[in-house]
Design a binder for this molecule. Structure first.
Ligand SMILES: Cc1ncc(COP(=O)(O)O)c(C=O)c1O
Length: 488
């Protein structure tokens, strides 16, 4: 009894399953009449000692794991104010469709005529996303956003090589997502950073001074990591294109512009999307993902190998031709991600996708409006789908860390937002509610932040000691990540 606690009227045993071993249960040991394990297996693979398994009844095993699952926090429990970046709510129906047997029991080497439906989904999804982004062609080969960026950089390199140019530099604003410079670097380019101006937009004078014929591409994360839609895109396009520089759009956070603007229309030559953010697959959890890459017509021939085409009423996968950068993965794509994206696109339609974009913007702006009188909102002037709160002076004044503030949010039943990102705002929280949250949730979450702000001023120690109401209290994040104890 001493090890139990009550939650919703049920008794939970806090012990590990190995500590729940019940000696009074009978342990059967059937021996095979004719053959022994050693008759089948080499001697060094035969177990000599008894397997050390806990002796627990089936119903106790079920209860144990159900209880453990309740200790998790997931998007089905509550809101993730770090939004599409990790776990936004995705319609369950899309997940269900992607689990259909007919999709899961396919082999990538199946003959084209036996997988017409599959090829149709890949082909049609490509057409739809080309339309959404204003591009001429899409490739679903890259498995992640960063992989999409890398693929795009290979495409840019192949394009210039084909023109007989050996451009060495990629320009990346300091407000870009961190994977942008990393991908350019891995692709063998030299990365040159472009400064942001005081409002967080690209510093046009700095860009002008760095744009020259040795630059292969300019990579723009839009909205940038401050959550701002770049206001000078037309100017940036003209500066870059005048020098032959390819314009690359990091569209990982496409939900901010879905149905509102298209990178292709604003002059971009390449784009990548995170289907595992904006199109119904969660980003968190390590995949599978799809960092779809879209390009304008002049870059089509350099796309990763294999293209799905439709001719004479038949879909087929074909080689792309001699200029392709080749394969960036085995087979054509993480198909289940495409099924979810396609189901999402078709169920929402163009108007629904636009509405999801507008709601993502409205929700972020709504929370910001509730907080604006108390917190310093670092995202100025126009908030898109996410915004950044700066708490640097408060952290110093009340001697707390931004982590203390974030951890206190857990005690109020919410996941914490992104912390200390973007790097250009010290001690910040980045909040992205996403399009699916109700007004009531947004009101409640804002009220929690305001309450913690008061606590910080009157009782900062509570913040330093929290979380107190979660199954696991304050952990040493660095040690937990670097030296995880993953076994009993
Ligand atoms: C703007 C931006 N670009 C690129 C990426 C990288 O995507 P991935 O984590 O799938 O590699 C992310 C990830 O969230 C992102 O937010």
């Amino acid at each position: 009894m001493s090890d139990t606690m009550t939650k919703n009227g049920a008794h939970f045993d806090k012990n590990l399953i190995f500590e729940k071993d019940n000696d009074t249960l009978s342990r059967f040991a059937f021996t095979h009449s004719a053959k022994q394990a050693s008759d089948y297996l080499p001697a060094n693979q035969v177990r000599n000692a008894e397997l050390d398994m806990p002796n627990v009844s089936e119903v106790e095993v079920v209860r144990h794991f159900i209880e453990l699952s309740g200790k998790n926090y997931g998007v089905d429990n509550g809101m993730y104010p770090l939004g599409s970046c990790t776990m936004k709510y995705n319609p369950k129906i899309n997940e269900k469709i992607s689990k259909f047997d007919s999709f899961n029991n396919m082999h990538p080497y199946s003959a084209n005529e036996r997988v017409q439906g599959t090829l149709e989904i890949i082909h049609e999804c490509g057409k739809d996303l080309a339309e959404v982004t204003g591009m001429a062609d899409m490739s679903f080969a890259p498995c992640a956003g960063a992989h999409g960026e890398l693929t795009a950089m290979f495409i840019v390199k192949a394009y210039f090589r084909n023109k007989g140019e050996d451009r060495q530099i990629i320009l990346v604003p300091d407000s870009a997502h961190g994977t942008n410079p990393a991908s350019a670097n891995v692709a063998g380019f030299k990365v040159v950073s472009v400064n942001s101006d005081a409002d967080g937009f690209v510093d046009i004078e700095d860009l002008k001074s760095k744009a020259n014929e040795n630059v292969a591409a300019f990579m723009l994360t839009n909205p940038n990591t401050l959550g701002l839609y770049e206001k000078n895109i037309a100017l940036i396009r003209d500066i870059c294109h005048a020098k032959g520089i390819q314009l690359y759009y990091d569209g990982a956070n496409l939900n901010a512009i879905l149905g509102i603007s298209r990178p292709g229309d604003t002059g971009f030559d390449l784009v990548h999307l995170n289907l595992h953010k904006s199109f119904s697959t969660p980003h968190g959890g390590g995949g599978p993902g799809c960092g779809a890459v879209g390009v304008k017509a002049h870059l089509k021939d350099f796309m990763p190998n294999y293209i799905t085409s439709y001719k004479n009423g038949q879909y087929s996968i074909e080689h792309r031709g001699g200029l392709t950068i080749g394969q960036v993965r085995a087979f054509s794509t993480n198909f289940s991600v495409l099924v979810k994206a396609f189901a999402y696109i078709k169920s929402l339609g163009a108007a629904g996708l636009r509405m999801s974009g507008l709601l993502a913007l409205l929700n972020a702006n709504y929370i910001a409006a509730l907080l604006r009188d108390t917190f310093t909102i670092a995202t100025k002037p126009h908030i898109m789908h996410e915004f950044v709160i700066g708490l640097d002076s408060e952290c110093h004044q009340y001697d707390i860390s931004i982590m203390d503030f974030a951890k206190r949010i857990l005690d109020y039943g919410y996941h914490a937002p992104t912390v200390s990102f973007p790097l250009i705002v010290h001690n910040c929280l980045m909040i992205e509610p996403t399009e699916t949250e109700s007004k009531k949730r947004l009101d409640d979450f804002a009220a929690v932040l305001l309450k913690i702000y008061d606590e910080m001023k009157t009782d900062a120690q509570t913040l330093r000691d929290c979380p107190t109401l979660t199954p696991v209290k304050r952990i040493d994040d660095v040690t937990a990540a670097r030296v995880p104890i993953v076994k009993y």
